[in-house]
Design a protein around this ligand. Structure first.
Ligand code: F0G
Length: 482
């Protein structure tokens, strides 16, 4: 795709779509936002959207859908078994992901559950570039363990490394030799490592992983939830693919994996999920579990209408004018905050802009959850809902001890084609103000901690009256402004 330059020399992303259906947003007063925080246990997952202005919690199920997706939903062929909608989706998976067989599931973590049920047992070890919360929870739930194998540059906040999501090949071989290939049911590669700032891997790195998998006879599983954006950054950053196209890059990646799975809530801007492979024996191993946990193998717990939207959404993933939108708005936000000195994960990746809470809240110890505190503080002063991606999102170890995250991040998701540039500028403005007033942010402590995936429903409280002080400063600076 050709670059669009501005006469003014400004470097700003341009929306390559027009708005045809809108949803009214609410920007409620700061006093109400403070109440909402207390009601929701200082956990942005527990806020009601009636109190949220810009919802940057996630891109999951929140990407804007296209006119063609909505139109396709009306053609759903409702049938318990053998629906034509399924065959259209199967064709889309063959064309876009290049895999012959498809098993639909209700969302990404359902695939993780089934893959773990089929392959993981006590003593299993699953090497991965980096964990995702639900992927790890399903593996540990079946008695397995995970090991993360990245290069040191992945943990460097302010970097210009194009592929921080690359798996550490030397370590992978070492781990397999030490642990024994027989105890390693699969290697998992996550496209655009979610929890460390949406950072992609290169096609070359995936080839190197494949070579090791072949050497030891281990399956390679690819989490394709954020594959489209990973492929887009390969087009931009990997020499071999400059001037190539989305389909070529996507096929180059998926053809290296034995089994691909995805959250359709992300990759195809719909709902649902799926697992796909070219290998009949893998389908045999997984197939029986789908009716047990999800639904019949031609709908997998997904509504037929969503299956239609998924098929169209998958084809649209190949369209660079669509796929460039989220990464280019993220880059704009990251670069403008970085220019003002706000510590950001760099280079800009996919899914969202990631603020380094460890630096912004250097005065808050990790035991008091700096990223959770920053997420709550930003919501208070702006109505912007981000997501904590730090120690609150980590799970306790087998002995019940806290495990502190490698990075304490506030993720500001930029779902595809949802926000306008002036909204992104509002995010930049309020984040800059918060950075200048960061000393006023204080810590959090748990008052209710669920045993699994605690970040979803956990309840916290501030360790002092810092939210009131932050609100007072906001009112002093902004007066009657919302
Ligand atoms: N894999 C990755 C890389 C993900 O980002 C997600 C979800 C999943 C698997 C699970 O898929 O939600 O459909 O069950 N990520 C969302 C997020 C929740 O906000 O980052 P799911």
């Amino acid at each position: 795709m050709q670059e669009i330059k501005f006469y003014s020399g400004e470097n700003i992303p341009l929306e390559l779509h027009k708005v045809r259906i809108v949803q009214k947003l609410n920007l409620v007063p700061i006093e109400r936002r403070l109440e909402a925080l207390y009601e929701g246990g200082f956990n942005t997952f527990r806020l009601s959207t009636k109190d949220v202005f810009l919802d940057m919690l996630t891109d999951s199920g929140t990407n804007a859908m296209s006119d063609n997706q909505l139109a396709a939903m009306m053609q759903g062929d409702d049938a318990y078994a053998g629906s034509q909608s399924f065959y259209r989706l199967e064709k889309a998976v063959q064309d876009v992901l290049g895999k012959k067989y498809l098993l639909p599931v209700h969302q990404g973590r359902a695939a993780e559950n089934i893959i773990a049920l089929a392959y993981v047992k006590k003593g299993s070890l699953v090497p991965m570039n980096y964990h995702f919360t639900t992927a790890m929870a399903h593996i540990t739930d079946k008695g397995g363990q995970i090991v993360e194998l990245l290069y040191p540059e992945a943990y460097v906040i302010n970097s210009d490394h194009p592929f921080k999501g690359n798996m550490n090949i030397e370590k992978l071989e070492e781990v397999i030799k030490r642990h024994g290939a027989a105890n390693i049911p699969f290697i998992r590669m996550e496209a655009s490592t979610n929890l460390i700032g949406g950072q992609p891997f290169s096609v070359q790195n995936l080839r190197d992983v494949r070579a090791i998998a072949d050497k030891f006879g281990i399956r390679l599983v690819l989490d394709c939830s954020l594959l489209g954006e990973n492929a887009y950054l390969v087009l931009k950053r990997e020499e071999e693919f400059k001037g190539s196209d989305m389909k070529t890059v996507i096929h180059a990646m998926t053809s290296l994996a034995d089994l691909c799975y995805f959250s359709a809530r992300k990759i195809s801007s719909s709902r649902g999920g799926g697992m796909c492979t070219d290998r009949p024996e893998i389908i045999k191993e997984l197939e029986a579990l789908v009716p047990l946990y999800e639904g019949f193998t031609t709908y997998g717990g997904i509504s037929i209408r969503e299956i239609e939207a998924m098929a169209v959404g998958l084809y649209e993933t190949l369209d660079e004018t669509m796929i460039c939108q989220s990464p280019s708005f993220i880059k704009y936000l990251v670069d403008s905050l970085d220019a003002k000195g706000v510590p950001m994960i760099k280079p800009a990746g996919v899914l969202g802009a990631h603020v380094d809470a460890m630096q912004v809240c250097a005065h808050i110890p990790q035991t008091e959850y700096p990223a959770g505190a920053l997420a709550a503080a930003l919501f208070l002063i702006s109505g912007i809902r981000g997501m904590e991606r730090g120690s609150i999102s980590n799970q306790r170890d087998e002995e019940g001890n806290e495990t502190y995250a490698d990075m304490e991040l506030l993720r500001l998701a930029v779902p595809r084609r949802v926000f306008t540039l002036s909204q992104i500028k509002y995010v930049e403005d309020r984040m800059n103000w918060l950075y200048d007033n960061r000393e006023l942010i204080g810590g959090l402590r748990f008052v209710y901690e669920p045993p699994v995936l605690r970040f979803f429903m956990g309840g916290l409280e501030p360790t002092s009256d810092w939210p009131q002080k932050l609100m007072a400063k906001f009112k002093a600076d902004f007066g009657e402004s919302l």
